[in-house]
Design a protein around this ligand. Structure first.
Ligand code: GTP
Ligand code: MG
Length: 195
């Protein structure tokens, strides 16, 4: 898709009502600092529309980006950042569940995990929430530039095995530095609105 317009249209905090959008949504979930906002910028060819940070916990809201007036990218709050209080963790979980449960136009979830690490309990939880609400998330293994090419297959295998993904689930290595994986991710997004 050629990006003509992108616009951060709605930002939802813990008490906000989620929008009832009339265009389809593609959501990005994953641990804090995994690279969700960076990926969204990369897909939109914007350097910094989605706020990114080397400090985990940057995105604490559900952010809806209107893409070409055709669909929404939904940047979900990152989970599993150790330094926030348990109360905050619960709030995030609630917000994510409220969104997954409530959206009538969500069609695709990308679950991001860091290619260097074995998915943890939070990632498993997120994967389970997705399947609970009837989604089979596509996995994006971020920061692919940070490992040696020779390690990639092993890391991807570990991610698949740890998350116990549904058979046939794609795991796409992505790097914001080299843009490896960008085209493949767009192919899945294109399928959403092309129907
Ligand atoms: P929260 O908003 O806290 O949930 O984090 P996030 O998942 O949105 O992470 P964000 O996009 O803010 O990225 C976190 C850090 O990782 C930033 O310093 C990014 O520059 C860096 N980063 C993200 N993707 C990549 C990548 O593919 N390669 C490398 N080398 N760094 C990356
Ligand atoms: Mg973010």
């Amino acid at each position: 898709m050629k990006i003509k317009s992108v616009n951060l249209e709605t930002v939802c905090g813990i008490t906000s009502k989620m929008p009832e959008n009339d265009k389809l949504e593609v959501a990005f979930a994953g641990r804090s600092n995994v690279g969700k906002s960076t990926l969204i910028n990369g897909l939109m060819n914007r350097k910094s529309l989605a706020r990114t940070s080397s400090q985990p916990g940057k995105t604490q809201t559900v952010n809806f980006y209107n893409i070409n007036d055709l669909l929404y990218f939904v940047d979900l709050p990152g989970y599993g950042y150790a330094k926030v209080s348990q109360q905050t963790v619960e709030k995030w979980g609630k917000m994510i569940n409220r969104y997954l449960d409530g959206s009538k136009v969500l069609r695709l979830i990308f679950l991001l995990v860091d290619i260097r690490h074995k998915p943890n309990q939070n990632d498993l939880q997120m994967y389970e929430w997705c399947t609970h609400y009837g989604f089979n998330p596509i996995i994006i293994a971020t920061k692919a530039d940070k490992i040696k090419r020779s390690q990639k297959a092993k890391q991807i295998k570990q991610i698949k095995e740890t998350l116990q993904v549904v058979e046939g689930t794609p795991v796409i290595p992505y790097s914001s530095m080299t843009k490896e994986g960008r085209e493949e991710i767009w192919e899945y997004i294109d399928m959403v609105y092309e129907g």
